[in-house]
Ligand binder design. Sequence first.
Ligand code: HEC
Length: 121
Amino acid sequence: MIARVIVVLSFLLTPVARPSAADTASPVTRASGAELFNPHCGICHLQMGPGTIMLGRRLGPDHALLDERLDLDAAYIKQVVRNGIGGMPPQTRVDLTDNELDRIAGYLTRPESERKPHGGN
Ligand code: HEC
């Protein structure tokens, strides 16, 4: 009984102890977002993935590859990941923590100056 209360209390206190999320993500934070993007999103959102193909069909080829787009904002990305959209299943905090999602959103919204120039195809 007491143990249960402690478990509940520590659960309630966890968000306070957690370092605040990186809305103002640094270049280093965004780099680690790139490493998270590949395993969590890349299976569908890299070249030839179903996400890439569906977005290309729905929004046009220049909107197909998520990590090349300049029009996404972090709030929209997080909303889509938590709720899913069309053929994309939602990812819960068990799949991807808020901190990891912040880092992925930071990576996908990184400034143009941090992007590699497109070398041909
Ligand atoms: C199982 C495949 C799959 C995975 C994994 C996946 N997605 Fe998607 N995603 C899709 C599909 C398919 C669509 C297109 C849905 C549609 O247009 O109906 C999509 C669409 C999106 C969109 C909407 C873009 C727009 O312009 O409306 C965003 C943002 C997005 N995904 C982000 C992510 C992120 C970030 C991750 C990783 C955390 C991720 N997705 C993982 C399949 C996936």
